[in-house]
Every structure is written in C-alpha cells, then in structure tokens.
Design a protein around this ligand. Structure first.
Ligand code: 1CP
Length: 349
C-alpha cells in the first residue's frame, strides 16, 4: 500500500535528490516542539508519550510549524525512542531531560531480551502519515528514526549522557555484546522506517546525533556497518535519505559511505569544507548554529546569508544540492517569529 506522492516542484525533494530546486529549500530540525506556543498548549494536556502514540496529535503537531513558518518540508512528529517502546522496552520521555530507560541494557542477557518492533504498536504513526500526506498538499513529509548508535547510547546509559561511558565500555570491552545489540537496534530502526515508507513518507532522515563522540576508527569498526545496513535495506524505496550527526567533521566521509544521498553538516564545518570530506554524489544539509537564532535579527540575517552563500559555493564545488537547516535542533527558547523571518529570508535569496 505504498502511496507515495509525486511532488516534482518540491524544492526540498529536488535539492535532496540532485535536481535543481527553483529556490533554496529550508526546514528546521525540531521545528515542531517547545519553541511553539501552540505545541506547548497541546502538551499541557498530554504527555510526550501520549502525543507520540496518538494519530490526531502526531498529525496536528507535525503541521504546526508548516502552517506557521512556511517551511519546505514537514518532519513527522515522533521521537527516536518511539520504536524502542514499540519493541517492548520500558522507557519514558521526561520533560526537560529526554528519554529515560527503566532498565539500562548492560549485559548479553539484557540484549537477548530486546524484542522485535511490534508493528501494531506503531499503527498510530502510520495512520498519522496517511492523514498528513493528504493535509500537506505539495509539502513533502520527512520520516525519521534514530541510528543504531544513538539509540544504543540511550539504552546502555539509561538516559541522556555527556561522555557515553557505559556505551563505549561495552563497545570496546565487549564487542560481541555490542554488535549483538547494534544488530537488534538496526532491525528495529529498519522496521520503523519501513512502516513510515509504506505509509507514504516522501524522504527519510537517520539521526545519529551522538556519533560525533567517536573516533573515525571506532565509528568505522563499531557503527558504520550497522548504519550502512539501514540505508542498504531501504535504498529500493528510491526516496532521499539523509544521514545526520553533530560534531561529525571527522566522520563525514564515513557517514556518506553508509549510503545516504544527503549528509547533515553542523555549524563547526563550513559547507564548502564538507564537500571533499563527504565525497562526490551527495547533497548537504545544514548548517546554521541554532544558538544564532537567539542572538537578535541582525546576527540572524548575517548568518543566514552566509549559510546560503556557503551552500552555493558547496554546490559549485561538487555537492549535488544544499538543503538549508540548522546544524542541530531548534532550541526551546527560540522566538518562533525569528524562525519565520529566517525562512522568508532564505526564500528571498
Ligand atoms: O517535553 C517535551 O515536550 C518533549 C520534547 C521533545 C520533542 C518535541 C522530545 C524529547 N522529542 C521531541 C520530538 C522529536 N525528537 C522530533 C520531532 C520534532 C521535530 O523535529 O520537529 C525529532 C526529529 C526527535 C529526534 C530526537 N529525539 C533526537 C535526534 C535529533 C536531535 O535533536 O539530536 C534525539 C537525540 C532525541 C532524544 C530526545 N527526545 C527528547 C529530548 C529532549 C531528547 C534529547 C535528550 C538529550 O539531550 O540526550
């Protein structure tokens, strides 16, 4: 029941698939969420987990930033831990903290206890996607999942972490347990993305937010084969696939090799410098520092113009396209009007 739409005029889909867009496409990671008063109003009446498993709420929250900002893509409202919950793992998303895991995964027995993704549990996500492709008109919908490493970091640590010490201890000290865990998480990620693709998303993004904590050698040995399996198994859908991480300047080449068509770049690396790192045949997405949006309009205007100009140079240098975005997500304290103005500025350039 693959219902994917044909959206030939979408600037996002054009830039992400190596065609020439009629304007620079822009969307923002975490464009839905706490920066929006209309989101906070809905969340006051529902927990994050209730919202993530309710088709009407998923649909409404996904549409909020599209209505308000006029962005060139919607991103499905969900969270990277939603498929883990749907695989039977006890967890919650705690306000102002993030995902918290009831029983951190530390031993081979813990790993063996991780079940498969229950597709029935994520039916509200599929239902929401069906509603969204109707409601969005010409605006494409990006589906997403967490990459195996970033999911593993939450499961092994038990929650958000600065140094990922338990995660790296398992990875380096018990490689068999590590690869078994990554194998199971890869299956869960593929299952969740496949469900979204079958329901009609127009593109996907794999968030490996915390991969930048790894050396290139460790990334290649312990992470890349698993993330490459995600892209390999989903390539036949023929949709743009973005691979994103933070602090990944040294990993950009390997992240491109994993098989995505678009590689996310954070603000630490210029888009032009990213081109030879990422290698030929890839589009770039990024890379405004999210903190700039808190610095007042003159600073925002300057930085937006710089990123658009850098994106043009990157395309001249061989990138197959540029999708304007932040280098990481919109911060909750961001004034939504600044975001709307930034979108309009990108479109005017
Ligand atoms: O209290 C609240 O209202 C919840 C805040 C919130 C929201 C709005 C969380 C908790 N997750 C989300 C939605 C979400 N998460 C989206 C869809 C919204 C959009 O982008 O417009 C997406 C794509 C994510 C993905 C996500 N969740 C990532 C990868 C992207 C990134 O920002 O790096 C990660 C690492 C998470 C975990 C997570 N969930 C929530 C928080 C606060 C966190 C981060 C915790 C940490 O710092 O480790």
């Amino acid at each position: 029941m693959n219902t994917r739409r044909d959206l030939p005029d979408s600037p996002y889909l054009a830039a992400a698939s190596g065609r020439r867009p009629h304007r620079v496409p822009v969307w923002f990671m975490r464009q839905a969420g706490r920066s929006l008063p209309e989101y906070r109003a809905l969340r006051a009446k529902n927990t994050m987990m209730q919202a993530c498993f309710d088709a009407e709420l998923i649909c409404e929250i996904t549409l909020q930033p599209v209505r308000r900002h006029g962005v060139d893509a919607a991103i499905l409202f969900s969270d990277i831990v939603v498929p883990l919950r749907a695989a039977g793992i006890g967890l919650d998303i705690v306000p102002d903290v993030g995902p918290v895991i009831e029983h951190p995964i530390r031993t081979p027995a813990d790993v063996a206890g991780i079940g498969a993704l229950d597709l029935g549990e994520v039916a509200p996500v599929s239902d929401a996607i069906g509603m969204l492709v109707g409601a969005l008109g010409e605006v494409p919908l990006i589906g997403f999942a967490g990459a195996p490493f970033t999911l593993a970091s939450y499961l092994v640590e038990g929650g958000p972490s600065r140094n990922h010490e338990h995660t790296k201890a398992m990875m380096l000290g018990e490689p068999d347990t590590w690869h078994a865990l990554m194998g199971r998480l890869t299956d869960v990620t593929i299952g969740f993305l496949r469900a979204q693709l079958e329901a009609g998303v127009d593109a996907i993004q794999l968030f490996d937010s915390w991969a930048g904590t790894l050396s290139l050698a460790d990334y290649r040995r312990f992470v890349l084969p698993h993330s490459a399996r995600v892209f390999g198994e989903l390539a036949s859908y023929g949709v743009p696939m973005t691979h994103f991480g933070v602090g990944t300047a040294e990993l950009l080449g390997a992240m491109g090799e994993a098989g995505a068509s678009v590689v996310g770049v954070d603000w630490r690396t210029s888009l032009t410098d990213a081109v030879p790192r990422v290698g030929p045949g890839k589009a770039l997405q990024g890379n405004l520092d999210p903190v700039v949006l808190l610095a007042g309009w003159p600073a925002v205007e300057r930085a937006v113009r710089d990123v658009v100009a850098d994106g043009r140079r990157a395309v001249e240098a061989g990138a197959t396209g540029h999708v304007f975005n932040l280098g990481h997500g919109v911060l909750p304290a961001t004034d939504p009007d600044i975001v709307t103005d930034a979108v309009a500025l990108v479109h005017s350039l």
